[in-house]
Design a protein around this ligand. Sequence first.
Ligand SMILES: NC(=O)c1ccc[n+]([C@@H]2O[C@H](COP(=O)([O-])OP(=O)(O)OC[C@H]3O[C@@H](n4cnc5c(N)ncnc54)[C@H](OP(=O)(O)O)[C@@H]3O)[C@@H](O)[C@H]2O)c1
Length: 283
Amino acid sequence: MHVIVTGGSSGIGLAIAKLYAIRGDRVSLLARHPGRLDEARVEIATTAGVDLSCIQIASVDVASAKQVLEAVETCERAFGPCDVLIASAGIVEPSAFDIMPAAVFDEQIATNLLGTANIVRAVYKGMKTRRSGKIMMISSGAALIGIYGYTAYCASKSALIGFAEALSAEAAIAGVRVAICFPPDTLTPQYHREMSMRPAEAELLMGTVKPWSAEAVAAKIVGGLDRGKARIHFGWSLTALAYFGPLIKPLLIWWYSRKLRKIIEQGRDGSLARSIDKGFDRG
Ligand SMILES: NC(=O)c1ccc[n+]([C@@H]2O[C@H](COP(=O)([O-])OP(=O)(O)OC[C@H]3O[C@@H](n4cnc5c(N)ncnc54)[C@H](OP(=O)(O)O)[C@@H]3O)[C@@H](O)[C@H]2O)c1
């Protein structure tokens, strides 16, 4: 089996690539930085106990449809048609909307949404012709509720829900399975970078959830794909939000704004109140 993983040089994508390599599948890793791709390839081959020749890499920016198409053609020539696509390449740059440069907003949409569409487009026609194939889009728990400082990220990740649903309606009759998953906070390089930028206002809502390991998230995604699941959720709170969002969200948003107001008014937590005040000053 040939598995293509965008964002396969790091974090969740890398952990998923390892699982498939361990099973003996041929794996193609796509990401931008060649050095990190090389390191990931060696790491996977060592962990999986497989020959380096079973793992290939392609340096590509998923936001470029042309680069993606060429990379997939090259990968498929070497390892055969793509059987499984994992679209994991993604970025997050939290900051309040009014101080976020337009280019930073646009890059998150270009990578997370259009980048996913580009890689799906590159493999989908072939899968449809062969009447087989699986596509997994890595969305986020942030797709399920709007979070302070995450306008671009939430927009890009929730747009994937519509994309996956509409595409699976088209793909099902062609024998292709389209799935989507909503990982929680996960300990990866992206998470560590994000934490240094996450506004205190967002931490108030999200900080209560303990981060998962990339390995646990990867195992749930690969297991879910094996069982033919169309949606994969993590933990009871995000699962409840996914299924009962319209009921839960008004309460959650009420609780959040009440807590935020209280902290600001009473200054109960000095540091949070100060950083929240700073946030409002920026606005
Ligand atoms: N970590 C979390 O808490 C969390 C939670 C929910 C969802 N997610 C989602 O899970 C996915 C993986 O995240 P992660 O935490 O594993 O992040 P990560 O460790 O930073 O890995 C991101 C991967 O995407 C690649 N990438 C980024 N921009 C790219 C581009 N324009 N073109 C091609 N490759 C690109 C990176 O390589 P290069 O930089 O070399 O291109 C890297 O391989 C993302 O879609 C993320 O939004 C993460």
